[in-house]
Design a protein around this ligand. Structure first.
Ligand code: ACM
Length: 690
């Protein structure tokens, strides 16, 4: 018995010890997305001027270009000039790339993205069955770079990695606001770093038709304000993406969201024109006419032309948010419905989609669309992108369709990374599915709708949060606690800057634009304490158009505040141990931010653009002051007056309402302090038998 007990204790101690060991190791692992299997070993591979890359085994131009890029990035990251490939042939390889074969010519759903990376103190070896696996492994390699008092180095490690889901996409809306090619290319670089593999390019909507059409030039000439991608540019971008193992899927949204097409071709509309490019945001009436044969011959020619530009097997036809008004109002469309025994406009859209499917198939593509296209009349070989709460992804695959998830992955809603991270295409909803049904869940896509995103701020709206979605889709086993995600995401964010992403620089430029030639330091400090509201709140607050200036604080503050997150951790530490070191830190931060307000108010007086943030700056200062007072009560064990409580409650509810379309990022922490006093007093009252 005693022996048994001793054994149990021993096992428990061993378990605790090995868990801690694992945890300790984990905190040294910064890779996003987290590899399936990664062990850090003793030793390091030093990176110095002798570093070289060699492609052993299968080689091709794509791999060579990838190795060149790796060398460039390593050189940029370390500042150490490195020898180009081929220059050091007589030396042993520092990074040996061992690819088994050519793999598929194009990145595709069936590509083998797995890889192994072995790093010792003498060399690194990256092995994969196909070039695309090598690309994924190179990104891991680059994220492993460390710097310490001695050198740059890669820690010795053994990594085996592969994706959990095959479809890991990012939608970029280039219609609501024009997003030039350099923006798209930077996002492709970041996607590759996050091992995302599908760019869903939303190329047409009410506000713009963004691709040159040689067959129907009026589309881009009249429907884009001159902001469109030429066909040569599209091909170049597709090649750029292919080099990074990323598929490019175009979306031409129809039959709704098509005002920009109808500017040039009003005869295709369901109501007489003329039409103008839509300048505001929402769901609008103009809609293609599904009752006209000429609509289908037009679409046949256009889709044929566009399909040829995009080698991927999928073609996205949109299909979302059809406003039925024009269809219901048109006698000829109503007569068409009767003639075809279509009982309502949903059936009419299903008819339209069936015709569309024939066209898309004829041009060698598989059709995909938003979940509104779900209909019993539509064959199940259509891929459905689930973006609404209902139908769920489970409902969709149960009905025989393949599906990807975007519901809960809308980056324009300005939710924290932890919110997106919790959402899993194979989550609870998928528990009751058969293996076959689960197999039809291909993955997911983060969506960057661009009502409030232009080239100045789109990168900050996507990154680093899309990294959380990328990890959810890639990683086989991920930590459930967001704290570990944030630790790694913070570093990943820095990696993105090394890679050339402009989000942090853009924020500084935008702040300077607001401040004129004043020193932006106080404003920057305030920025870290603010959050922007998302699409819904902004739309309800005022009328926006594509001519609304994007030169406000709300346009530049990051969707998530690392500063506020750190404060909240400190506040939690403080409450757990009021006599510990956290208290002094929290006090110092709150006092600093409170004092910052004087300088901010001076700046506001010197720039009309800043006037609207005056109340918010005051609210932040008040929150800090209340937080300091709350700490006094907690630390002195005193009880606040009823008046103080009421004022604090009023302040907190004021802080919960957007001001200048922003919210304070620190309200949660101040509320935590306030509630701790309430709880403490309740506890004391209970002790006193009250
Ligand atoms: C959508 O957000 N309308 C797909």
């Amino acid at each position: 018995m005693i022996q048994q007990k001793a054994y149990v204790v021993l096992v428990m101690v061993a378990a605790i010890f090995s868990t801690q060991l694992l945890m300790a190791q984990q905190t040294n692992i910064h890779v996003v997305p987290l590899p399936e299997h990664m062990v850090l070993n003793a030793g390091r591979l030093v990176i110095d001027g002798s570093f070289n890359v060699k492609i052993a085994g299968y080689s091709d131009p794509l791999l060579k270009r990838a190795a060149d890029r790796l060398l460039d990035r390593l050189q940029h990251r370390t500042g150490i000039p490195l020898h180009p490939q081929g220059d050091t042939d007589s030396n042993p390889a520092t990074l040996q790339i061992q690819c088994s074969g050519a793999g598929e010519a194009l990145p595709s759903l069936t590509a083998d993205e797995s890889y192994q990376l072995e790093v010792t103190d003498r060399a690194a070896r990256l092995t994969a069955a196909s070039p695309i696996g090598i690309l994924r492994g190179m990104e891991t390699f680059l994220q492993l770079i460390e710097l310490d008092g001695q050198s740059f180095f890669i820690p010795a490690a053994s990594i085996e990695d592969r994706p959990r889901l095959r479809w890991r996409g990012l939608l970029i809306d280039a219609s609501r606001h024009w997003e030039p090619l350099d923006v798209i290319r930077r996002n492709l670089d970041a996607m590759a770093a996050a091992k995302m593999n599908v760019l869903h390019w939303h190329l047409s909507d009410d506000q713009g038709f963004r691709v040159e059409s040689l067959k129907f030039p009026k589309l881009h000439e009249m429907g884009s304000d001159g902001h469109y991608y030429t066909q040569a540019e599209v091909k170049g971008l597709v090649a750029y993406a292919r080099d990074r193992g990323i598929r490019v899927i175009p979306e031409f949204d129809m039959p709704g969201h098509s005002t920009s097409w109808l500017v040039a071709y009003p005869e295709l509309a369901s109501a007489p024109g003329p039409y103008q490019i839509e300048r505001s945001w929402g769901v609008f009436e103009p809609c293609l006419n599904p009752a006209l044969e000429s609509t289908y011959s037009f679409l046949d020619a256009l889709i044929g032309e566009m399909a040829a530009l995009f080698p991927d097997e999928y073609f996205h036809i949109g299909g979302d948010e059809v406003n039925e008004k024009q269809w219901s109002a048109s006698p000829t469309i109503r007569a068409f419905r009767t003639r075809h025994q279509l009982k309502d406009n949903r059936e009419l859209q299903a008819y339209f989609n069936q015709r569309l499917l024939k066209i898309v198939t004829k041009h060698g593509k598989k059709m995909m669309g938003w979940d509104e296209i779900l209909h019993p009349d539509l064959p199940s070989n259509v891929l459905v992108q689930v973006w609404r709460k209902q139908p769920t992804i489970g409902d969709t695959v149960r009905r025989g369709f393949s599906a990807i998830l975007s519901y809960s992955y809308y980056l324009d809603h300005m939710r924290p990374a932890s919110f997106h991270y919790e959402m899993d295409p194979l989550g609870k909803d998928a528990d009751s599915l058969s293996a076959e049904e689960r197999g039809r869940i291909l993955g997911g896509e983060a969506c960057m709708w661009a009502e409030f995103a232009n080239p100045d701020n789109i990168e900050s709206r996507i990154w680093p949060r899309a990294g959380a979605i990328a990890e959810r889709l890639w990683s086989v086993s991920v930590p459930t606690d967001a704290a570990d995600l944030y630790r790694r995401l913070d570093r990943f964010n820095q990696e993105l800057r090394f890679l050339g992403l402009r989000h942090a620089d853009h924020q500084i430029e935008m702040l300077q634009r607001l401040a004129g030639y004043q020193d932006i330091a106080p404003l920057r400090k305030l920025t870290e304490l603010l959050l922007p509201t998302g699409l819904g709140v902004r739309q309800r607050t005022r009328k926006y158009t594509s001519f609304s200036p994007m030169n406000r604080m709300v346009d530049l503050v990051f969707p998530e505040s690392e500063t506020a997150r750190q404060l909240d951790l400190q506040v939690q530490n403080l409450l757990a141990d009021p006599a510990g070191t956290a208290a002094a830190r929290v006090r110092a931060s709150l006092a600093d931010w409170k004092d910052n307000n004087a300088a901010v108010q001076t700046m506001i007086g010197r720039s009309y653009l800043l006037e609207e943030i005056r109340p918010m700056a005051d609210t932040i200062a008040e929150l800090c002051e209340r937080g300091l007072q709350a700490m006094d009560f907690i630390q002195n064990g005193q009880k606040p007056s009823e008046a103080w409580r009421k004022e604090t409650k009023d302040l907190l509810s004021r802080a919960d309402k957007p001001q200048a379309e922003m919210l304070p990022a620190i309200t949660g922490s101040i509320r935590r302090l306030f509630e701790a006093i309430a709880a403490e007093n309740a506890g004391k009252n209970a002790e006193n038998g009250k």
